[in-house]
Design a protein around this ligand. Structure first.
Ligand SMILES: *[C@@H]1O[C@H](CO)[C@@H](O)[C@H](O)[C@H]1NC(C)=O
Ligand SMILES: *[C@@H]1O[C@H](CO)[C@@H](O)[C@H](O)[C@H]1NC(C)=O
Length: 494
């Protein structure tokens, strides 16, 4: 195995500059953020916490995969339209806006956000719609926009779509942020006019993963259309949408750590991330990147690279599964690092003993050599046959080296607090989402975090196990809006 650093533009070191010790391998900055994008890809958990996605991947959904569409109509769906991976997610859309007359073609138009509450009231009289169950008729070729990219928020969840993919073309007039049908149509038009029909749709996430598929008749086999269970909404004492949420959130939370069943396969070898362009993504402060304030001309190069990615690469190209490698690193070191920083080890000697336990497999005690030891430690999970030439491989190796080098260096320190501070600095740099997990909830609970349109500020800062019957916590809503409205806004796609 050898390393050839990716030939990429030099970037300003944003968060990457936080610790500056012996990180020998020079990935061009932001290795931690690229690592986390790979680790969180296609996962409800990490993509909800790091909800402002900055990356685009080519994705395949294998032929035969079952997919779901909820609708007030029972007749065949043409598309562009929406598909969910979990039926409970699609079911949320079987009762939409019955008193809004449907337009001649397409879905009923969502009301402007201000009217949402009134519309929610009308839902009480909703007629029960239909669940359309499909199977992919071929391997679907999709563009995956990462993060919570289907979350209709002002918080940056749609930045990469609206400022890179759609080049601001949607404007803010008309439906603005909520004009999802315009996004779907524009995407499918771009597939034909710009990308030679090389994609079938777009893959995004809100509370649940979804596909915007351009041509239902061509790409899906319709398995069945079934009438849904009579709505319980409007029963005395039932919160609007309460029961829907009880089914919906546990279903999507079961995909916190994997979409499961290889239902989506990403091409990690060739993907695009805004973290590797010279962009000031954190000008607003905080740890969530934004593209809103980046001058459009600075996004030009990334737009061209996105076209090139789609035109020159196939979603199903042979690719190392770099997420699996990232998992090995997180699982080997995640708990250990948290323990080391916790102060539970009582003496310096005990602390360093723990650290050495982790490193000793990579040490030849006849012949100490720290650079060799770091190299062995960080390459542990990369197959010998793999030549690391990709951005993903470079980022995963750069993060492994940060971990291995920091631990090895800590063996030489002579002061307990210096060791703990060093480990804490590493933890802050890594920001692994696994550290926010509740670590096990009851059978009728989930570890609740904000998943648009649900969630509170407290859910984000201190995720807790919550029973299915009280998933909507009290207090300020994470995505804004009225704190008294329990389901903060109704989802508008599907
Ligand atoms: C450590 O190993 C590297 C690579 O084999 C070698 O170049 C270097 O001289 C060694 N350092 C020491 C101190 O032996
Ligand atoms: C998201 O945006 C809304 C509307 O601007 C705001 O009220 C809310 O505080 C934001 N949430 C976060 C986490 O920034």
């Amino acid at each position: 195995m050898y390393l050839s650093p990716p030939s990429l533009p030099q970037t300003p070191l944003c968060l990457a500059a936080l610790i500056t010790n012996t990180f020998s391998y020079s990935f061009p900055g932001n290795g931690n953020l690229v690592f986390n994008a790979i680790h969180s890809s296609m996962r409800q958990w990490g993509s909800s916490l790091n909800h402002n996605g900055m990356s685009f991947f080519l994705a395949t959904v294998p032929e035969g995969t079952e997919l779901y569409h909820g609708d007030w109509r029972s007749n065949p769906i043409k598309g562009p339209e929406w598909l969910a991976f979990e039926p409970e997610h699609a079911l949320v859309f079987t009762h939409p806006f019955p008193h809004n007359p449907p337009p001649k073609d397409g879905r009923p138009q969502p009301p402007p956000p201000l009217q949402l509450q009134q519309v929610a009231g009308k839902l009480n009289q909703a007629e029960d719609g239909f669940l359309h169950t499909f199977a992919a008729a071929k391997d679907l070729r999709l563009l995956y926009v990462d993060g919570m990219s289907a979350g209709k928020t002002h918080n940056g969840t749609m930045d990469s779509q609206d400022y890179i993919l759609f080049l601001n073309e949607l404007g803010d007039g008309g439906g603005g942020m909520f004009d999802e049908m315009a996004r779907a149509r524009l995407f499918c038009q771009m597939v034909q006019e710009k990308w030679d029909g090389r994609l079938d749709g777009m893959l995004r996430m809100e509370a649940g993963f979804e596909i915007i598929l351009c041509d239902f008749a061509r790409d899906l086999e319709a398995l069945r259309v079934t009438r849904v269970r009579a709505s319980e909404q409007g029963k005395p004492g039932d919160q609007i949408g309460q029961h829907a949420g009880e089914m919906w959130l546990p279903a999507v939370a079961s995909r916190y750590w994997s979409i499961g069943g290889d239902r989506v396969i990403l091409n990690y070898e060739h993907f695009l991330t805004a973290y590797l362009y010279e962009l000031d993504l954190f000008s607003e402060g905080g740890n969530l990147p934004r593209l809103k304030h980046v001058p459009p001309d600075q996004l030009e190069r990334m737009r061209r690279d996105l076209d090139a990615l789609i035109m020159n690469h196939e979603p199903n190209e042979l690719s190392v599964n770099w997420q699996a490698v990232a998992d090995m690193v997180v699982e080997r070191y995640g708990n250990r690092l948290r323990y080391l920083a916790s102060g539970q080890a009582s003496t310096l000697r005990q602390l360093q003993q723990e650290i050495e336990d982790a490193l000793s497999p990579f040490i030849d005690y006849d012949q100490r050599n720290s650079s060799v030891e770091v190299e062995r430690c960080s390459a542990q999970f990369v197959r010998q046959s793999t030549t690391v030439t990709s951005v993903a491989g470079g980022a995963v190796l750069s993060v492994s080296r940060s971990v291995c080098a920091t631990l090895l260096e800590a063996l030489d320190y002579t002061d307990y607090h210096t060791v703990v501070n060093q480990i804490q600095g590493l933890i802050d740099y890594l920001s692994w989402t696994a550290w926010k997990d509740c670590n096990g909830c009851g059978d009728h609970e989930i570890c609740m975090i904000p998943m648009w349109p649900m969630g509170t500020v407290d859910d984000y800062n201190h995720p807790q196990c919550r029973d299915f019957s009280r998933l909507n916590g009290d207090g300020p809503r994470y995505w804004g809006g009225n704190p008294r409205r329990r389901m903060s806004a109704l989802p508008l796609s599907f």
